[in-house]
Design a protein. Structure first.
Length: 386
């Protein structure tokens, strides 16, 4: 009888048992070490591995990019939720706000939240709380200004020593377990939070005034458009199409807004009766119970089904202003075949209507793209919504 196969089988069994024993003896990874942070404003503990950003560090760029005022005291970010552009998708930020003369915490909060940048989220835990042992107010909401995935946001406001403190716990939403885990981690940080006594005065950094610069285009190349809804300047090379003109079609062909107010197309970028470089002003009425943010979220969710989106060249999502209007800007790239299309949408609200300025172009080269965007900015900065 040949005993060689039995010997080999026995050896394999012994080796397998040895390997299993080694696996069982390998120690499991323990919880992260707890570190301590302290400055003249706050002190708290936090888990090792989180990235720490100092006061007013411009690299602390939480998503969504919504400006709420205040100055950064310290920021923490989860390194696993930082995208290739440096945007932070899971953060705990500590901010301080001045209390303007004759104002209050409630008025500062009201100024920080605009109707088009917040919506109640799944936390559903807004109301009175405590922060570092002092009375506070918590606001929880969901934002659709985070690309294809919503963000769940939680802000806690408190007043002490003549200053207002805001702790903002912002995270990209993946699933309920993911959200609960991060909120639990944030709660442990807040449980250890101490807001110092004898706080130093807040030194506000003035916002620099922009230096006026002449237009990039001579007056001879600029025309003016006006109808009963809008008025603006634009470059003469663009063709103008009035509302209801069925010959004006653009590409990519997903829906924005309900009604075209006016459209402009570059005749050098047209094929199959579609403009591949266009500027449109669209509008739609806000239905009862809805708001700008909800409509934006639903619009891009539907658009994503047809044209998957990614970050484009501008990478300038967030709140902007133009000619006295405050708006939300969304910039992104889509592909259709080989060409890339750089898309830029500006959403603003007037009364019960939303206006969308959609600036779309097939990408050619950096200089040509920059020239087109400069022309679009000329229109945008001159735009009057009547």
């Amino acid at each position: 009888m040949n005993k060689r196969p039995l010997i080999i089988a026995a050896a394999l069994i012994i080796l397998s048992l040895a390997c299993n024993s080694l696996v069982k003896l390998t120690p499991t990874q323990g919880p992260p070490a707890i570190l301590h942070f302290e400055n003249e404003f706050v002190a708290f503990n936090y888990p090792e591995g989180m990235i720490v950003f100092g006061a007013d560090d411009p690299a602390f760029t939480p998503i969504p990019n919504v400006e709420m005022g205040g100055q950064l005291v310290i920021g923490l970010a989860d390194p696993q939720e930082i995208d290739k552009w440096g945007n932070l998708h899971r953060t705990v930020g500590f901010f301080i706000h001045p209390v303007p003369p004759g104002s209050s915490l409630e008025q500062v909060m009201e100024a920080a939240y605009r109707p088009d940048t917040r919506r109640e989220g799944i936390l559903n835990a807004s109301g009175p709380v405590t922060l570092a042992g002092i009375p506070a107010y918590q606001q929880t909401y969901r934002s659709g200004l985070c690309g294809e995935t919503a963000c769940d946001l939680r802000d806690i406001w408190a007043e002490k020593g003549g200053l207002i403190f805001r702790v903002s716990i912002w995270t990209k939403y993946h699933n309920p377990e993911n959200l609960a885990a991060f909120q639990s981690l944030a709660d442990k940080i807040l449980d250890s939070l101490v807001i110092k006594e004898d706080l130093p005065p807040l030194v506000e950094t003035p916002t620099p005034e922009p230096t006026p610069s002449p237009t990039l285009f001579p007056a001879s190349l600029i025309l003016h458009f006006e109808n009963d809804v809008v008025a603006f300047d634009y470059l003469e090379e663009l063709m103008v199409y009035n509302a209801g003109d069925a010959t004006f079609q653009v590409y990519p062909d997903f829906k924005l807004g309900d009604d075209l107010v006016v459209g402009l197309g570059d005749p050098r970028f047209i094929g199959f009766d579609n403009y591949y470089r266009s500027i449109r002003i669209l509008r739609q009425t806000i239905p009862a119970g809805s708001n700008l943010e909800t409509i934006m979220f639903d619009t891009y969710r539907e658009a994503e089904k047809k044209f998957p989106q990614e970050n484009g060249i501008l990478n300038a999502n967030g709140v902007i202003t133009f000619n006295g209007f405050t708006a939300v800007q969304r910039t992104y790239r889509v592909y259709s075949g080989e060409p890339a299309y750089e898309l830029r949408d500006i959403w603003t609200q007037k009364d019960n209507e939303i206006f969308i300025i959609a600036i779309w172009t097939e990408y050619t080269n950096p200089d040509d793209f920059a020239a087109f965007e400069a022309g679009a900015d000329l229109l945008l900065q001159s735009l009057l919504i009547k």
